[in-house]
Design a binder for this molecule. Structure first.
Ligand SMILES: C=C(O[C@@H]1C=C(C(=O)O)C=C[C@H]1O)C(=O)O
Length: 183
């Protein structure tokens, strides 16, 4: 989804920077470092699936370029998916990596399809996960059918040498309902 130029780009904050703190249930899902795929698989009693929405080379957003350490306006591979529980979209996820380091890295995100990126990132012990950050996600960056203001999102960067894969996950209202948490 081409990025909408925002008047106020999101402020991504660490757990320690987040004030006021959200409730314990929300904080656990925002900052737990286990694979979200594994946790959603458990929560859905194996009713988990991944639906690619759009993938391809795009101009990365300013906050993505800053985190990945590439020049503003750099090209990168963008993968946007729904993580579903019992076919319901529970999480909108956007994963990006800069073209300059992805090409030649041996990591082929285009081949993933409906397999979880997490299975790849957590199975390859060469990837290190950076610190998790959270924000209220800009509604303009969401697909129209799930667009809402102030949805909780988190992001972290999985690094392997010079390669960084920035994964952002936006928790949708249907997820909080399934988890029994008032977000
Ligand atoms: C990083 C993970 O991979 C998940 C899978 C994704 C995908 O397939 O595009 C995107 C976001 C992640 O939640 C994980 O499971 O923790």
């Amino acid at each position: 989804m081409p990025h909408a130029a925002l008047a106020h780009p999101p402020r991504w904050l660490t757990n320690a920077q987040l004030h006021p703190q959200p409730c314990a249930g929300v904080r656990d899902w925002l900052f737990n470092e286990d694979s979200l795929t594994r946790r959603l698989t458990a929560l859905s009693a194996d009713g988990f699936s991944v639906t690619p929405l759009q993938e391809g080379w795009q101009r990365l957003r300013a906050d993505e370029c800053v985190l990945l350490g590439v020049a503003d306006g750099s090209q990168g591979w963008v993968r946007e998916v729904y993580l579903r529980g019992h076919e319901q979209p529970w999480v909108f996820a956007r994963s990006v990596a800069a073209r300059s380091v992805l090409e030649g890295s041996g990591l082929n995100l285009a081949e993933l399809g409906s397999r979880s990126l997490g299975e790849l990132l957590f199975s390859d012990r060469a990837f290190d996960r950076g610190e998790l950050q959270a924000c209220r996600y800009p509604a303009a960056w969401l697909p129209a059918e799930v667009r809402e203001e102030r949805l909780w999102a988190r992001r972290s960067c999985f690094s392997r040498g010079a390669l960084g894969v920035l994964v952002a996950e936006v928790f949708l209202p249907a997820f909080w309902q399934a988890a029994g948490i008032e977000a």
